[in-house]
Design a protein around this ligand. Sequence first.
Ligand SMILES: [Zn+2]
Length: 301
Amino acid sequence: MATTRNCPVCDTPPGKAEVFLEENIDQSRITGLSFASRKEPEYMCHRFMRCPTCDLVYVDAPPSQDALAQAYHQADYDSAEEGNDAAAAYIHAIRSVLARLPERKRALEIGTGTAVFLERLKNEGFAELVGVEPSVQAIASAPEHRKPWIREGIFVESDFEPASFDLICCFMTMEHVLDPKSVSDAALRLLKPGGAFVTVTHDYTSWVNRVLGKKSPIIDIEHMQLFSTKSISYLFRTSGLVDVQAERFANRYSLRYWARLLPLPQALKSRIGAFLSGNALGRQKLSFNVGNTIAAGYRKV
Ligand SMILES: [Zn+2]
């Protein structure tokens, strides 16, 4: 049985939190894809509590770090095209952050997948690229020239020199880690003065996620916590990052991919998917705000 934890952002005990969503897990439906990125939604989850202090929604009795590390190590990988689309949206969203950096020497991405976003940073002039990724399949899917950038495993602060990065990114990963505060604290210490930490997280308070409710793709067995713009900003500030900004932004994906996320019966979804994958309409890229937040904070100069 898992032990309960306090709010992983502000440390408020779970006794003060209210239940946000009860547990819904069917062990027989857990597969290798359950821990893959951008899979078809399964709508399973651990019990979520909502913290009255910092607005975070979090699993109060999460699996152990070992169990999570094991699940991600073995996770399937099936999202090359979407990863590419996401990287394009992220690079666009962080333009103002890049413009503010004192220099563009070293960048770190936590949860790098195939390092497709690091490739974008290389094109922006970064000289040294480092990615951390637990899924061996994701790394195996990376083009050969990107593989030397990727370290296999879970992010560990002590693997890196303090004050050695100009930019640290963590996209769609803060929900998955057991201790988001330790990641944010580590980012502050690993950044050079003036360097930036940037995250993209789902926003459970966005209208899309509220309308979809239990059928939102954010209701996921992989998610150990869910942020809002308020709670991600709270996290950045408690870690000591300054000039913190958090705002909603739109992702651009193919229509075929959006269709996969719809809360429709599986048979109908398969028919729509088959129709869209056979034609140009399905490949059409659409920008749509699915309720994601981009947050940035800086290490004080
Ligand atoms: Zn809290």
